[in-house]
Design a protein around this ligand. Structure first.
Ligand SMILES: [Zn+2]
Ligand SMILES: [Zn+2]
Length: 137
């Protein structure tokens, strides 16, 4: 079984994961743009039982577009958001794709294309959705 490792910029906060994520999702929503400072965000969704965190994480919560709760966890030293939890996916944790030092599977879908910058392009065979993921995933 593969093991994955992710960390913040300063490496005070890190996490290891037993096995691959259940799915990887690209999100173009404005909140993900704000979170990352990038034109889109990408999250690897693992089951919470796969994750082991090392270091201190500080949480900041908000309400998602769906009206459900979401909490970002970031390194208090360097500010990198490493992972987040969602009321929508209680068994999963989303982890910032760019924080991984190991190779992850490809994304399964692109969401929030309504807010995608026109100069961002994804492979044609990647399923896309104008808003969030179709239920339940
Ligand atoms: Zn850090
Ligand atoms: Zn988003």
């Amino acid at each position: 079984m593969s093991t994955h490792q992710a960390s913040c910029q300063c490496k005070d906060l890190s996490a290891t994961f037993d096995g691959d994520p259940d799915f990887v999702i690209v999100c173009n929503c404005r909140a993900c743009q704000k979170r990352t400072g990038a034109p889109f965000g990408t999250g690897a969704y693992f089951r919470k039982t796969q994750m082991q965190v090392t270091g201190e994480a500080r949480g900041w919560g908000r309400t998602a577009e769906t009206g459900r709760a979401l909490e970002n966890f970031f390194c208090p030293t360097c500010g990198t958001t490493l992972y987040w939890t969602l009321e929508m996916r209680p068994d999963h944790v989303g982890v910032a794709f760019g924080a991984f030092d190991t190779k992850l599977p490809d994304p399964v879908r692109v969401i929030w294309t309504e807010e995608q910058h026109y100069w961002v392009a994804f492979p044609d065979d990647l399923p896309r959705f104008p808003k969030g993921s179709p239920e339940p995933r």
